[in-house]
Design a protein around this ligand. Sequence first.
Ligand SMILES: [Zn+2]
Length: 398
Amino acid sequence: MKAFCTILLLATTLPAQTASHAALEARAKAIHANALVLDAHIDTPYRLTREGGDISQRLSKGHFDFVRAREGGLDASVFAIYVASRFDYTGSIKAGAFAEAQRLLKMIDNILAQSADLAAQAFTPEEVRRVVQSGKHAVILGLENGSAIENDLANLRALAQRGICYVTLTHSKDNQIADSSYDPRRTHKGLSAFGKQTIAEMNRLGVMVDVSHISDEAFWQVLALTKSPVIASHSSLRKFRRMQRNMSDSMLVAVQKNGGVVCTNFGSFFLSESFQSSVVRKDRKIAEARKLFKAEPARLEVELKKIRAESPIINATFNDLIKHLDYAIKLIGIEHVGLGSDFDGIDVVPLGLEDVTSFPKITKELLRLGYSEADIRKVLGENFLRVWQANLDNRARE
Ligand SMILES: [Zn+2]
């Protein structure tokens, strides 16, 4: 009897469920198509430097090209002008950071010249909308690692002229501006004196300060100093993945008070504690085996095979990203959360978030969670554009 009732129940509820799922799907599709979808941090220039490739074509490697961006309804993205720490300017030694930024800018110019029918650079939020309306992908530029300023604010002014909308103050090492979350040295205990001048000049120029990658001390000093809202271009939440590279709840609240936006990183490393512990566990076992069976290559091979089979990596999933987004929205409000995938800069992507074609899933899930169209649009791109515009509006009148 019980089985019969279950069958009856399924027969009556399934069509209704299917119908409501189809309606949700259609509504999500429409919202996604109408919204301006923007990714605040894409590392494609970095990938192109390492591997080459023509992003005007659909590529089988990497996470971004203009064809897949169109498929995923991704209208605009910030291309990171990523200057690796090996180029860092230290004291009086120039290691070529500004030149490296120039090289990347030239590379992007060439790409845009060759893909003029697909994409164009945007210097302001208004231009982003214009480019997108013309059916092209809007490429925005952001500098990842302030070391490219090389202790000379004239370089910052030159980069702002080239359309750099934000500067990520550091990368993996302390530099001449600030301490990095990844660097245990804590050279300046936050910002250097030059770093403080840099913040003031960025405010004056209308260039956003990106707090991703800096140490906690540097973060709090930036928040105390800046006169314009800040951005975290690609940071997730410490609540679910404990590391200084992610944002604590009190940091999130500080960004809310400052009027800024936190754009969530999609990388498994940023989203999931289980992922990271499984990686650490496996790496430790591999290192131990290599040490133990150093003199026995055949045995080592067998052991490594065993470790790989017995210690699988527990990857993050699409739901982990949603967990971060939903928690941040509930804590600091819909106005202060955005998306900064870090695609092409992250080694492992979560299951279900393989590349830029995955963006529509985010819209659908936010809709399913009960967020309104207006709210979803904010997360998808409007919050980033608002913060950028506020920085431009606060610019000093020359
Ligand atoms: Zn980064």
